[in-house]
Design a protein around this ligand. Structure first.
Ligand code: ADP
Ligand code: NI
Length: 214
């Protein structure tokens, strides 16, 4: 691959996400990039593939860019413009399609490299940053933080998950607490366990304060 392509991809996503504040901003991509690199090094995966897929994983996101989502147009244009061969482009596009969490229809990536990127994206949804992203997303979508009468739905299919109008606290049960068990690599499982314990303590504290018990 061309020398400097990673730096160019970094610059490209910075520009793409400049005006995005939904929790899917440039810094999300940057964190996924760093975490995916860390996992790839520990798991001895192909670093360049992992880094490119991590950097480009959200540029054709279904929510952020619905018009390029199906064809993965932004990913392809970037890679073509930087001289990446057709087979590698297909590999990276597939890795990116495998990343997304779609309720109980999520897939296990076919390659170690795909697993590193999926794990890194999911790790960014849990822990202290995950909590912040969940409430930022909830506010952005006019959701309640919590409602004692709205119960979590633990087994949603893709369409139900996309359309769900649940609360942000329910999101912890509907997605965030499931993620540790869905991690692929040993490296990510270790990190996820620590972050999950932190989130569980957080939700427990939230609910005690809600009931006036603390
Ligand atoms: P990604 O594509 O990065 O895996 P999503 O697009 O599913 O993530 O969501 C972006 C962020 O918003 C994640 O941190 C996720 O946990 C959070 N989020 C998604 N759906 C909800 C929801 N219904 N309530 C609260 N947070 C949510
Ligand atoms: Ni993402």
């Amino acid at each position: 691959m061309q020398k400097g392509i990673i730096d160019q991809a970094l610059a490209y996503v910075k520009e793409q996400f400049e005006r995005e504040y939904s929790g899917h901003d440039y810094f999300h991509t940057l964190r996924v990039f760093r975490m995916a690199s860390r996992i790839a090094n520990a798991e001895q995966a192909d670093l360049e593939l992992v880094q490119l897929a991590a950097l480009l994983h959200d540029v054709d996101d279904r929510k952020l860019s619905p018009e390029t989502y199906e064809q993965q147009t932004n990913v392809r244009s970037f890679l073509v413009a930087h001289g990446v061969d057709e087979a590698t482009i297909e590999t990276i596009c597939k890795m990116i399609r495998e990343v997304s969490f779609v309720g109980n229809e999520s897939v296990i990536p076919a390659t170690l490299e795909g697993k590193c990127v999926q794990d890194a994206d999911r790790l960014d949804a849990i822990g202290a940053i995950g909590i912040a992203r969940a409430f930022a997303y909830g506010g952005n979508h006019h959701r309640l933080m919590y409602h004692p009468d709205i119960k979590p739905n633990l087994n949603m299919n893709h369409e139900e998950y996309i359309r769900s109008q649940s609360t942000t606290i329910n999101h912890f049960y509907e997605k965030l607490f499931k993620l540790t068990d869905m991690m692929n690599t040993r490296t990510a499982i270790q990190i996820a366990k620590g972050r999950e314990a932190y989130m569980k303590a957080y939700v427990e504290e939230f609910l005690s304060e809600w009931d006036g018990n603390r």
